[in-house]
Design a protein around this ligand. Structure first.
Ligand code: PGA
Length: 258
């Protein structure tokens, strides 16, 4: 449901799936399933791997699609001896408008710290793009009742130093780690409670900006559970992994009201 000042955002995180040839087909198929009215209601974003960004950008521009392009990661440095890394300017030049920052897989598998994630946030804004800051607790943290402590500290560290204007443009994705790729979803009420908590943490920095900050839920979002999530006050959209790889399923998530 969100609010009138916040446009719903459905973002597909393709993770390490699809060659650039697959990606071209996926975005074309998605576009055939969506129309003008859908884009009016929902901002639609796909985040393919780096190797597909140029190809997907070309499809979007050639076919005049309203689908937005996002990246899954960035290195916060402008340039330099960082073998294998990609800079903010390289992404911005490909018409990338969003960058996923601090996904739990990057925190867990690649050891990204809150401080490094905060540097990425700064660099994404500086390059004129919008970060999607991912936060979320483990199953053990949820069981021991420390989910809010964990998520609160991730939000506070991630947004440190941002201006009120940047906080208003920011997107935060609440993704409980136990729900990612497992088929287990947080109940819509629990997800809404945590997304509201995320908003209150942004509100501690600027209550006015927090009304504009979009908060997404992520973790096994699919065509069957999206409507219940979107009905909630503090949920402004979804960050969708597995279900975003199939254009039929992803289009059904985008058209959650149908
Ligand atoms: P999932 O992934 O939808 O496959 O659970 C979500 C994510 O990790 O962003």
């Amino acid at each position: 449901m969100g609010s009138d000042v916040r446009k719903n955002l459905i973002a597909g995180n393709w993770k390490m799936h699809a060659t650039h040839l697959d990606a071209i087909q996926m975005v074309q198929k998605l576009s055939y399933r969506l129309d003008h009215g859908d884009y009016e209601r929902v901002e639609v974003l796909v985040c393919p791997p780096f190797t597909s960004l140029r190809s997907v950008q070309t499809v979007i521009e050639t076919d005049h699609l309203s689908i937005k392009l996002g990246a899954q990661n960035v290195n916060p440095n402008d340039q330099g001896a960082f073998t294998g890394e990609i800079s903010p300017a390289m992404l911005a030049k490909l018409s990338v408008s969003y960058v996923i920052v601090g996904h739990s897989e990057r925190r867990q598998l690649f050891g990204e710290s809150d401080a490094f994630i905060n540097q990425k946030m700064r660099s994404v804004f500086d390059a004129g793009m919008t970060p999607i800051l991912c936060v979320g607790e483990t199953e053990a943290e949820r069981d021991e009742g420390s989910a809010m402590d964990r998520v609160g500290s991730q939000v506070a560290a991630g947004i440190a130093g941002l201006s009120d204007e940047e906080l208003g443009r920011l997107v935060v994705a609440y993704e409980p780690i136990w729900a990612i790729g497992t088929g287990k979803t947080a109940s819509a009420d629990d997800a809404d409670e945590m997304c509201g908590f995320v908003r209150s943490q942004v509100g501690a920095a600027s209550s006015e900006a927090a009304e504009r900050t979009r908060v997404l839920y992520g973790g096994s979002v699919n065509p069957g559970n999206i409507a219940g999530l979107m009905a909630k006050r503090d949920i402004d959209g979804g960050l969708v992994g597995g279900a975003s790889l199939d254009p039929d399923q992803f289009a059904s998530v985008v058209r959650y009201w149908m």
